[in-house]
Design a protein around this ligand. Structure first.
Ligand code: DNO
Length: 345
């Protein structure tokens, strides 16, 4: 296992110096924030990011994410040109020597929460998702930007989006995903890049848009489209842990050899399709972290791992889920559990 931390680039208020001061931190999960999947991400840009990170004694292990254009998910005629662009970016990652690409295939919206400031009795805050609150939104009034969304949407925009996706059911989305994988995975393989699909978050449809990466069966079907370690997974315990039926250690074992990256975080389930993000420690929520880590050790996982969404603690303000303090605590916790279990084994 190699401990890494997500860093959003120069505009991140958290610096590489700060990250490098976390004792066990070895790598960075980087991105070019705001850059779309409709332009080629160049080798020169990747190399510049890598050199900057390496000058702080860290390595650039993962790009999270190159966005997959909506036309690819919808399967409209422009998709071929956009897949070519995606492939070119993957080739450039390979040339720059960056081994893992985390990406997702969620229509339109990335991770979604209904409350960005859930307050715990100790005064810390985190995000929460309540399905009923989601269903109660009056979408005709639009939606403000959410955690991973660069912007909000007006009621008219939402209406247009839902119309464009109206004809697409889960099977249609799967077929479009399979088309994408058959084109991209061979390129990734040649480039030496390991694709790492992020599960849907939350792992069920929102706003009636299909979502298809949620449990062992749906993931297995996607991995089987192209049977290659380059067609792999980001094992995200927070996303998959939001479904109580998901047996996380069993899933780790099932996907041995196909897990290219791990996001380790915890959620507390608060009802049907409802949860709160909590501290990473086992006692704080429903994810039993040592059993997941034990499973990763058992399958011989040596890839990058990162703490995921943290709480806001000690008065920190900033990017929700991506403050420094709680993620640094989490990294130390995850490392400690890992080291302890390895020495026992
Ligand atoms: C949230 C992240 C996701 C993830 C993308 C991967 O913090 O885990 O936004 O980066 O879904 O493409």
């Amino acid at each position: 296992m190699k401990m890494t931390m997500r860093w959003f680039g120069e505009q991140d208020t958290i610096t590489l110096e700060q990250i490098a001061q976390i004792p066990i931190m070895r790598g960075i999960v980087g991105t070019f924030e705001g850059k779309g999947g409709d332009v080629v991400w160049t080798e020169a840009d990747f190399r510049a990011m890598k050199a900057n990170i390496e000058s702080h004694g860290l390595s650039l292990d993962v790009i999270e994410s190159i966005p997959v254009a909506e036309a690819i998910k919808k399967g409209t005629p422009e998709r071929d040109a956009l897949i070519d662009i995606f492939c070119e970016s993957v080739r450039n990652m390979g040339k720059a020597g960056i081994p893992v690409l985390c990406y997702n295939f969620m229509p339109v919206f990335d991770w979604m929460r209904t409350n960005l400031h859930h307050e715990f009795p100790d005064g810390s805050t985190a995000t929460a998702y309540d399905h009923q609150a989601m269903l109660d939104y009056d979408l005709s009034r639009g939606l403000e930007a959410r955690v991973a969304w660069a912007r909000g949407y007006s009621g008219d925009e939402l209406n247009a989006i839902f119309n464009e996706y109206k004809a697409l059911d889960e099977e249609g989305l799967f077929q479009n995903f399979a088309y994408f994988l058959r084109r991209v995975v061979p390129v990734a393989q040649e480039a030496g890049v390991f694709m790492a699909l992020h599960p849907d978050d939350p792992p069920w449809p929102i706003f009636g848009l299909p979502r298809i990466v949620r449990d062992a069966a749906t993931i297995q079907r996607i991995l089987d489209v192209v049977d290659s370690p380059h067609n792999g997974l980001t094992f995200c315990t927070g996303s998959l842990g939001a479904l109580a039926a998901n047996d996380l250690p069993a899933m780790v074992r099932q996907f041995a050899g196909r897990i290219n990256f791990a996001h380790l975080r915890n959620v507390e389930l608060t009802g049907d399709k409802s949860f709160v993000e909590v501290a990473h420690t086992s006692a704080a929520g429903n994810v039993d972290m040592p059993t997941v880590i034990q499973a990763l050790i058992d399958i011989g996982f040596t890839g990058p791992v990162r703490p995921d969404h943290g709480r806001m603690i000690w008065g920190e303000t900033g990017r929700i889920g991506y403050g420094l303090y709680d993620r640094a605590l989490a990294a130390m916790y995850l490392h400690g559990v890992w080291q302890g279990l390895k020495h026992q084994g």
